[in-house]
Design a protein around this ligand. Sequence first.
Ligand code: GZL
Ligand code: ZN
Length: 330
Amino acid sequence: MFKNLMVASATVVFAGSLAACGSSDGGADDAGGSDKITMGFAQVGAESGWRTANTKSIQASAKEAGIELKFSDAQQKQENQIKAIRSYIQQKVDVIAFSPVVETGWDTVLQEAKRAKIPVILTDRAVDSEDTSLYKTFLGSDFVLEGEKAGQWVVDNAATNDVNKDGKINVVEIQGTTGAAPAIDRKEGFEDKIAADSNIKIVASQTGDFTRDGGKKVMEAFLKSQKDIDVVYAHNDDEGLGAIEAIEAAGLKPGVDIKIITVDAVKDGMTALAAGKINYIVECNPLLGPQLMELAEKVVAGEEVPQRVETEEGAFDQEQAKAVLADRQY
Ligand code: GZL
Ligand code: ZN
């Protein structure tokens, strides 16, 4: 779990006469002979609007940077990501990047990449490996901070969030994929902040696997099992949009009878926020492509890079969503 680490700005420009051909061992280029960098990217899947935007950003940025991209979609299965990484090692790519679907179980394959002298860049999600020599850097968001922003909003708006004015704010939580860094950390940050107000309680919590269908099914179950729900905290927009479907099917008004707060701020989420069906969205920036390609060029050239590169991101209420919706890229 990443705390809000100070970014070690150890970006030292390495002026060594490393082969410009981009191969990581400095020897003759062994990834197809051209002097183009070849990147192997093992993506989580296509489970959410966020993921689709993230994939587009990576593919467009590779093209822009003249980096040859080998890309795989693991359908949210860790064994598929590990298989993809092993195939990139066999193909002797210059650099491997991936978004680990869950935090655990990566050391073996990362040691294989290290033995093959292929640098690895973590993007978006983190791993729990103690050995930070297994990857060159992590590029992504501070998920604990995202959870804290969500929890702070519930505390700051406790009065309006206590829909039935009984002095209690009952929160149901739709978690992201079990074991995924964003799910673990968004839960942690949220709980840290709501602890400030003992009237705010998470009365039920279940994974919706970051999908719309998952969010709908979990919300249907909560509506049956919980008699007084004031707020839904969904770990991503897609789960929140699924919850909206379940709430409307139960004859209730989302955003009014039950308040909804989500994370991501993708177009569909921002559209629901502008329409008042979601009440607040904490942004998680998927457009990691440009920074990833920059880091890849540095890493392949043997330059030092910061241990952690965090993305800029904010949060939106209804008015702010209306103001930016038209020009949202994703
Ligand atoms: C967060 C990313 C999460 C998004 C979800 O950086 O890993 O995965 O919040 C996506 O939408 O499924
Ligand atoms: Zn209440």
